[in-house]
Design a protein around this ligand. Structure first.
Ligand SMILES: *Cc1c(COP(=O)(O)O)cnc(C)c1O
Length: 379
């Protein structure tokens, strides 16, 4: 169909045929009247198997990822779990050494005890990926940009490597969103999302998504959605569909504000390093430019004064709220070592104690810059 924003607003939002309502009603029903007795019914029969409100949401997000098929789940983790079950339970998979903590926990504590083997490896290093390869390696799990160091991994390069060896490439596209990066177009097999973050964008709905083009994998993903039942409620589907309509304008403003924040921080005497893929000084800036249209709303920084100074700064911001999560209209600040990544202490995932992560919101930029300046200068 047409451009990104047009699809974001119109796909899955046909005006109601009976009433003309421009916004389709939320179908709050768990079951559907059947005209005759039939074992396999075309259309809807039971809420867990599907509702019109869920179909609408799935059609728009699949469209934005340029995917043939899309399935929503009750959280990002539920979506990830469905993807991990697409390979044999005793397969070997590769996960990034700096994977999202919840992904690492799901693989390490739920799937590994049931037979899955995994190696965590730096996906930025193709030689390390090849060295970690085993005869039964079936899947590479990739995130880019990563959390919280905002490293960039080359999706095309990893897709080629996976496909030469008959493995699947899965990309967690939560940080970039389909507005900035479309992994399926770059060769990935499966995209997963936490809808809880930018796609939801208002810190009020939890959800997950799987987008893909392969019909057989799609059928198995749908079967799991229905059989396991980690589905989205109709009202959450409605909230998320409402959010998707403004994803493009929100992402533009997130990027504008994050660029301005990164520029401010780069020159600050208390800061030893600013991590933002949009900075020419970023180690993977060229790859980011190749595969993303802009650089996103997340900025991390390291303080010369170490952990103590970092803890002081996160306590002193007033517009940036001290909280976990990311991707919403309001700006958030957090200390990953003690908060989102505390369970990674003494593991390969351990985060530098002087690192602060910002989820730059879409408030007035002058207020954000003034808030960070007062917090840094007062610490
Ligand atoms: C939050 C997040 C998830 C998990 O999503 P939930 O909706 O919290 O279950 C997965 N991957 C990334 C990159 C995330 O930020």
């Amino acid at each position: 169909m047409s451009g990104f924003e047009t699809r974001a607003i119109h796909v899955g939002q046909e005006p109601d045929k009976e009433t003309g309502a421009v916004i389709p009603p939320i179908f709050l029903t768990t079951t559907f009247k059947q005209d005759e007795v039939a074992e396999m019914r075309a259309g809807y029969d039971y809420g867990r198997a599907g509702t019109p409100t869920r179909t609408d949401l799935e059609s728009v997000i699949a469209s934005l990822e340029n995917a043939e098929y899309g399935y929503s789940f009750s959280s990002g983790q539920a979506a990830e779990d469905a993807v991990l079950r697409l390979v044999d339970h005793d397969a070997h998979i590769l996960i990034p050494h700096d994977a999202y903590g919840g992904t690492f926990r799901l693989v390490d504590k739920i799937h590994a005890p049931r037979g899955m083997k995994y190696t965590s490896v730096s996906l930025q290093d193709p030689d390390a990926v090849k060295a970690a390869w085993q005869p039964n390696t079936k899947l590479i799990w990739l995130e880019t940009p990563t959390n919280p160091t905002l490293s960039i991994v080359d999706i095309e390069q990893l897709a080629a490597l996976a496909h030469q060896r008959s493995a699947l490439l899965v990309v967690d596209n939560t940080f970039a969103t389909p507005y900035l990066q479309r992994p399926l177009d770059l060769g990935a097999d499966i995209v997963v999302h936490s809808l809880t973050k930018y796609i939801g964008g208002h810190s009020d709905a939890t959800g997950g998504f799987v987008a893909l083009n392969d019909g057989e994998l799609a059928e198995r993903t749908y079967f799991q959605q229905k059989a396991v039942g980690a589905v989205l409620a109709p009202f959450d589907c409605y909230l998320l569909q409402r959010s998707v309509k403004t994803l493009g304008v929100r992402m533009e403003r997130h990027c504008d504000n994050a660029e301005a924040v990164a520029a401010l921080l780069v020159g600050h005497p208390k800061i030893s390093k600013v991590l933002y893929p949009g900075l020419a000084s970023h180690a993977n800036h060229d790859v980011a430019t190749k595969q993303m249209s802009r650089y996103g709303g997340m900025v991390s920084l390291l303080l010369k004064g170490g952990e103590e100074e970092a803890l002081n700064v996160v306590k002193q911001t007033k517009v940036f709220t001290l909280a976990e999560s990311l991707g919403a209209v309001e700006s958030l600040i957090e200390h990953p070592h003690r908060m989102t990544h505390s369970s990674a202490a003494n593991s390969p995932l351990e985060v530098d104690k002087s690192l602060i992560r910002l989820s730059v919101g879409i408030e007035t930029i002058d207020d954000l810059l003034a808030d960070l300046t007062q917090a840094l200068d007062g610490s």
